[in-house]
Ligand binder design. Structure first.
Ligand code: ZN
Ligand code: ZN
Length: 329
């Protein structure tokens, strides 16, 4: 019953925010509860209009510096907006978005996309993404590009996706160059061209996107637009891994485990999988779980296996979740 009441309260709270959907950029936002307000006291929570809550020490303040821990209001709001819990982040997100802060325009757009704290509204979400992009924020163009690319929320439209990726690339976003390269590789919305793809992958790599070196490596492995050269490919996979590409570390692990392109070496394989796992690659976490479960290069250790499967499942690996549930019913 208590749990039920807590849920109802939470829903009512969210409902009251939803009703207050006037949180369009332009209106003033209460920094305590996130409701739009132009009054001297918030009509929802009663806080004074200057009042803000310090993210570090939870003290309520009126001046721009926290009276207890001396954190600046601006820094506190920026940290609060990044909190993964929407209820906590919301006042800062809507306030900063209303001020035109591009990062939070994108964040607010995602709230509208998912219907978090506000009523789901695709048009509003798209308008906010575009506004964030037009304010010169490359991740917003990249995000919008991926929506058109994948046909998420909008009809699939490679031309629109390409325009967005191009805008992100113009702002120097390395990942955007990779996406444009992948369009040329596949011939999506453009004439298929391995050499154009290679040029864009190289531009992405030059701007620090280590995963792009992997794409170049795969061209040498398959002989796309270049002479087939497995040795050169291996060199590039290693280079991508050393440059911090988790995917490349995972692939190096696979190569050593299977003896493809290199002499099989289980210990080296596991070492690469550990590096990839540390970079968040779920497939490597799963492979490590499997190694501990079956004693592949290590002593069988079901506790350790379950720990890796758990991490892999949390990182989104479906099979890992199934095995984890078997190991720890
Ligand atoms: Zn309030
Ligand atoms: Zn403080």
């Amino acid at each position: 019953m208590k749990r039920f009441l807590a849920l109802v309260c939470a829903l009512l709270l969210i409902g009251s925010f939803s009703l207050a959907d006037g949180s369009v950029p332009g209106s003033r936002i209460c920094l305590v509860c996130g409701s739009p307000t132009d009054e001297s006291e918030c009509p929802v929570c009663g806080a004074l209009r200057e009042c803000w809550v310090c993210y570090d020490c939870l003290t309520k303040n009126l001046s721009d510096t926290c009276m207890v821990c001396r954190t600046e209001k601006r820094d506190s709001l920026a940290c609060q907006a990044e909190d993964p819990r929407p209820l906590t982040a919301w006042p800062a997100v809507s306030h900063l978005a209303a001020e035109g802060d591009p990062e939070n325009l994108l964040r607010l757009g995602r709230y509208y996309e998912k219907g978090i704290m506000v009523t789901q509204d695709t048009d509003q979400a798209l308008a906010l993404f575009r506004k964030a992009g037009e304010a010169g924020y490359a991740p917003a163009w990249l995000y919008l590009g991926k929506l058109y690319d994948g046909g998420i929320m909008v009809g699939q439209d490679f031309t629109a996706a390409m325009e967005c990726y191009q805008k992100a690339a113009d702002l120097g976003d390395a990942e955007a160059f990779w996406y444009i390269g992948s369009f040329y590789e596949e011939g999506s919305g453009v004439a298929q061209s391995y050499s154009m793809a290679m040029d864009y992958y190289q531009m992405a790599a030059d701007r620090g996107d280590a995963d792009s070196i992997m794409s170049i490596a795969s061209f040498y492995l398959k002989g796309y637009g270049v002479g087939e050269d497995p040795q050169k490919a291996l060199e590039l996979y290693r280079k991508a891994a050393d440059a911090g590409s988790g995917l490349a570390c995972d692939y190096m692990g696979y190569l050593y485990m299977t003896g493809y392109l290199v002499e099989q070496d289980i210990e080296k394989g596991l070492e690469w999988y550990r590096k990839a796992a540390a970079l968040g690659i779920a497939r490597s976490m799963y492979a490590l779980g499997y190694a501990y479960q079956c004693g592949q290069g290590v002593e069988i250790d079901l506790e350790e296996a379950a720990r890796w499967y758990e991490m892999a499942a949390l990182a989104g690996h479906r099979n890992a979740l199934l095995v984890y549930r078997v190991l720890r019913p």
